[in-house]
Design a protein around this ligand. Structure first.
Ligand SMILES: NC(=O)C1=CN([C@@H]2O[C@H](COP(=O)(O)OP(=O)(O)OC[C@H]3O[C@@H](n4cnc5c(N)ncnc54)[C@H](O)[C@@H]3O)[C@@H](O)[C@H]2O)[C@@H](O)CC1
Ligand SMILES: Nc1ncnc2c1ncn2[C@@H]1O[C@H](COP(=O)(O)OP(=O)(O)O)[C@@H](O)[C@H]1O
Length: 512
């Protein structure tokens, strides 16, 4: 058994995530090679052991078990707890029907009937010391209804520590969609033990909210075939390598990468609305991440451009016109769009045609969404040029011509579709950011929290991406580009963790 979150080693290699179909195929293959019920026995024992390791003082334990194999795992766990920890009071609230039990779960139910367990007919009157949630698992692919919904509502409201078996009941294994007509409740006192495989839904969509702070994994002895993963889970890696930067005595500012941030509409250029801060946030982040020279080109008249950035005088400010009149678009990694406003639309063609290393964010994405033709991006891909798109769910919906709910309903699918349609590496931002690239298995980033939900944190990410791409060896295979982008998103997700105060950080606190 291994702990997955919080990530025990920051530089752990990516882990495969398997969807419902691949998990079921693996389960069938493994079950066929073992004596009957072995897998369920292993699963139930793993649950019982983790329950007692996690909540060693729990005396009154309630196992909420459904009528499928997830419930079967719960029944085995209840039987083992009653047998191996006899001083505990173990009660089962079972939601199944004997005539509809699958084979393994029937066996587990028969074992449980013979064990020293209390069988509840309704929700317990008082919260126990520990709940084991084995109501619904991998099998859930439609809205929860009937008695299961009533049980799920009790579970969501119950203040007791809860260990979820395989998946939190109500969560879709593939997508992280929440299937219940009862709002998912975040809970610090919730943990999940994923069995056989790790599922994508645990790490994106509603997964991070409902799975709890602590995610564990037991493969039950399974060895997935290569090429069967639906996605890879990425932990924060070692970039930027500050020790290596310091030890590189032969380096100079010209060897550390140039970044041009193109955005930040000045008030006179955008109906009195100033968004220069967004470009400065991105530019400051690029500088902090180690880029040698960072230029911030603002949209508006040259004489309105402030002479310097008081917070980061090392930044070089200029107008977008001046930047486009220079060789910076060809030479630097260009981050376009942060706070650019509608004027970005007039610059998009030039940017697409001239910038070999390009990150498009915010208003550059909105400008892109207004033109249905992906041909300029296909041409960039054919030339081996890099294009990274960083939409949040609403920008993704505009690019896909759909709505935010549809994007969020299946974030992996949305990111994959965007990457294929726009011939680009796509970062679909939000809880469990997805990094998709044409023809490659997507990556899901495990870091990040609600502390990033503040205006400007996306600009910081765009700047970090600019810095990362500016030193990535050129040309790079698509796999390396996708991995570098995912590592950067993972690093961005860890930034709030360094914040020492009780109040949450602002975007400019993330990388001052
Ligand atoms: N068979 C085995 O040996 C193993 C089983 N495992 C467990 O098996 C689980 C998968 O089992 P199943 O395929 O039986 O699926 P589940 O137990 O997740 O779900 C099926 C049950 O839930 C009910 N149900 C489904 N959707 C519902 C809805 N929307 N509203 C109300 N009730 C609903 C069904 O009527 C059925 O009783 C995994 O999550 C895992 O816990 C794993 O531990 C691996 C080993
Ligand atoms: N609840 C959350 N959990 C994890 N990451 C989040 C959360 N909310 C926001 N983020 C991250 O913060 C950033 C916000 O980006 P964006 O919405 O573009 O902000 P802005 O445009 O204000 O800069 C993204 O990287 C996103 O993934």
């Amino acid at each position: 058994m291994q702990r997955i979150l919080p990530c025990p080693t920051p530089s752990a290699p990516p882990r495969p995530l398997h969807d419902r179909l691949a998990s079921r195929q693996l389960e069938q293959r493994l079950a066929a090679s073992l004596p009957p019920h072995t897998l369920m026995q292993r699963a139930g024992l793993a649950v019982a052991r983790l329950a007692m390791a996690w909540q060693p003082h729990a005396q009154r334990i309630v196992v909420l078990a459904g009528g499928g194999n997830n419930g079967g795992d719960g029944l085995v766990a209840a039987t083992r707890l009653a047998r191996d920890w006899p001083q505990r009071d173990v009660a089962v609230w079972w939601q199944g029907a004997p005539e509809r039990l699958p084979d393994d779960a029937r066996w587990a139910w028969q074992q449980a009937r013979a064990a020293n367990l209390t069988w509840l007919q309704a929700a317990p009157e008082h919260p126990p010391d520990l709940v084991i949630d084995a109501l619904l698992g991998l099998g859930l692919d439609r809205p929860v209804r009937g008695t299961a919904l009533a049980a799920l509502r009790w579970l969501q409201a119950c203040p007791a520590p809860t260990l979820c078996v395989d998946l939190p009941s109500g969560l879709d294994a593939n997508t992280g969609h929440w299937w219940a007509d009862a709002p998912p409740q975040p809970a610090a006192q919730r943990a999940t033990l994923s069995l056989l495989t790790l599922k994508p839904g645990l790490f994106t969509g509603h997964g991070r909210v409902v799975a709890g702070a602590s995610i564990w994994f037991d493969d039950l002895g399974a060895e997935p075939e290569p090429g069967t993963a639906a996605a890879w889970l990425v932990a924060p890696g070692g970039w930027p390598d500050t020790a290596a930067l310091r030890a590189d005595h032969a380096s100079h500012k010209g060897s550390r990468g140039d970044v041009l941030v193109l955005g930040g509409a000045l008030p006179h250029a955008h109906a009195g609305i100033g968004m220069g801060g967004a470009a400065l946030l991105a530019a400051r982040a690029a500088l902090r991440a180690g880029a040698g020279r960072v230029y911030a080109a603002l949209l508006g008249d040259a004489e309105q451009v402030p002479p310097w950035d008081m917070g980061q005088p090392a930044l070089m400010l200029r107008s977008a016109t001046a930047a486009l009149d220079s060789d910076l678009p060809e030479r630097a990694t260009v981050v376009a769009g942060c706070g650019g406003g509608p004027a970005m639309a007039t610059l998009l063609d030039a940017v697409l045609a001239r910038c070999p290393r390009l990150v498009l964010d915010a208003d550059a994405l909105n400008a892109l969404a207004q033109r249905p033709d992906p041909e300029p991006l296909a041409a960039r891909q054919a030339r081996g040029w890099w294009t990274v798109l960083t939409p949040h769910p609403l920008e993704a919906a505009r690019l896909l011509r759909t709505d935010t709910a549809t994007v969020q309903r299946d974030r992996l699918a949305a990111a994959r579709t965007l990457a294929e349609r726009w011939h680009a590496v796509v970062v679909l931002k939000g809880s469990g950011s997805v990094v998709a690239a044409p023809g490659l298995t997507p990556r899901i980033v495990a870091s990040g929290s609600g502390w990033l939900a503040t205006a400007g944190s996306g600009d910081t990410l765009a700047g970090l991406l600019g810095a990362r791409l500016s030193t990535l060896p050129w040309p790079a295979p698509p796999e390396d580009l996708q991995a570098a982008v995912a590592d950067t998103v993972a690093l961005h997700g860890t930034l709030p963790e360094h914040w020492p105060h009780r109040w949450p950080p602002t975007a400019s606190d993330l990388l001052p």
